[in-house]
Design a protein around this ligand. Structure first.
Ligand SMILES: Nc1ncnc2c1ncn2[C@@H]1O[C@H](COP(=O)(O)OP(=O)(O)OP(=O)(O)O)[C@@H](O)[C@H]1O
Length: 397
């Protein structure tokens, strides 16, 4: 239901923040009275142009500090651009960082009414939706508690529930979904999918590259406040990885010569006895293979490390060759190691493998984040990152 009506038009937007340069209290005291000299302009967004058509889902991706949240807030009218303009049509609902939007001293119930009225709903309309909102949030027992006593997960549940029940044309979501538990995240993703089917427009900031390729029709890659790519999600993800890799090379250049020449050259993951790409079943042995290379004079004292993340970017498993008691010989030319994780029982979902070459002090010499992934099939008896077959007994009274 993508139409040719722009819901958002961002025209040549730049955003400047003023940052103070001095770091310590001492420096501040020494520089008192000369404060102007020690303030610096920082451009969080530089000449950003973006047209978002009705009915599309756009992912904003990019390294930390690249300007994603600033752009989202600018689209939402929460911050004003320093130059350029933003035009928006229709009703907006925004789920920005935790803490924004709710008043800490008010109860959940009061915040629902306040929020809904800010988003344009009358009291009567909110009365009609109220039960649905509370049911969706799943926190009915706490609805009359002040939100300052909420956990971050409870907070997001309520904020998301309000945002999706005010009939928005445009929904802005900033990473907050990662806070809820998996069951709630699924519920949110289902809701986002039904919003898509209804032709609503969604802009989301996410670090979950899986979410970008699964949910979005288009992705915008930001780096240092500039749009580096705007187009197909899988291409944006590929370019993003290139940027991370370039950064790594720059950072590595600051390391010693020997470090600069060491790298991971090949990594794959599969269940033993199954092909790469085939789903991993509970009870399988998971084989992770990594090849390393060093084209300098070699690297002493190194270790291989793996980490497995779920789609929300949470670490579910990690180990290193050092933890397993292996002292690897000097790394020269190519060397391949494998980790076999016996009898894994991951819960349903997609998992990403991060591979690292580290020195024995634990410094990362080369990382390949999300270099490979595997899927664990749907299990209808439970949710979560751990697979366990549940047995149930009703023991009566
Ligand atoms: N109010 C502010 N005052 C000064 N600098 C700010 C302010 N808000 C953001 N910045 C700076 O602007 C840059 C972009 O921040 P932004 O939060 O948009 O990045 P991001 O891409 O969302 O990052 P992350 O992935 O870490 O959430 C950062 O360097 C940040 O420190």
């Amino acid at each position: 239901m993508v139409s040719h009506v722009p819901v958002v038009q961002v025209n040549d937007v730049s955003k400047r923040f003023i940052i103070r340069k001095e770091k310590s209290l001492k420096e501040r005291l020494v520089n008192a009275g000369r404060s102007k000299q020690f303030k610096e302009d920082f451009w969080a967004l530089k000449n950003v142009d973006l047209e978002i058509m009705s009915g599309t889902t756009i992912g904003l991706i990019g390294p930390n500090g690249s300007g994603k949240s600033t752009l989202l807030k600018t689209i939402g009218g929460i911050i004003q651009p320093t130059s350029g303009s933003v035009q928006r049509r229709g009703r907006l609902a925004a789920l920005l960082e935790l803490g924004a939007g709710f008043h800490q001293d008010l109860t959940g119930r009061e915040n629902v009414y306040l929020n809904a009225s800010i988003l344009g709903l009358s009291r009567k309309q909110t009365d009609e939706y109220f039960d649905e909102i509370v049911d969706f949030s799943g926190i009915r027992d706490f609805i009359d508690t002040q939100v300052k006593f909420y956990s971050s997960g409870m907070y997001v549940r309520l904020a998301f529930a309000v945002a999706v029940h005010v009939d928005p044309d445009l929904l802005l979501v900033d990473e907050v979904l990662a806070v809820g538990d998996e069951a709630f995240q699924r519920k949110c993703l289902d809701k986002i999918r039904s919003f898509q089917a209804e032709g609503r427009t969604i802009v989301l900031v996410t670090h979950s590259l899986g979410q970008v390729t699964e949910l979005c029709d288009r992705a915008v890659l930001l780096s240092k406040g500039t749009v580096m790519f705007d187009g197909a999600p899988h291409e944006a993800v590929r370019d993003f990885r290139d940027i991370l890799e370039e950064r790594r090379v720059d950072e590595a250049a600051e390391h010693k010569e020997e470090v600069r020449h060491g790298r991971i050259v090949d990594t794959f993951v599969h269940a033993k006895g199954r092909e790469i790409g085939e789903p991993v079943q509970p009870g399988d042995d998971l084989v992770v293979s990594m090849s390393f290379e060093h084209d300098g004079e070699g690297l002493e004292n190194w270790m291989a490390a793996l980490q497995i993340d779920n789609v929300q970017g949470q670490v579910v498993y990690g180990t290193t060759s050092k933890r397993l008691g292996f002292v690897l010989p000097r790394l020269r030319e190519r060397r391949t190691v494998t980790f076999t994780l016996k009898n894994v029982n991951f819960g349903t979902g997609k998992y990403f493998l991060n591979a690292s070459l580290m020195d024995v002090e634990g410094r990362h010499l080369h990382d390949l984040p999300q270099v490979a992934s595997f899927d664990v099939p749907y299990f209808d008896l439970a949710v979560g990152s751990v697979h366990a077959v549940p047995e149930f007994e009703d023991l009566g009274r």
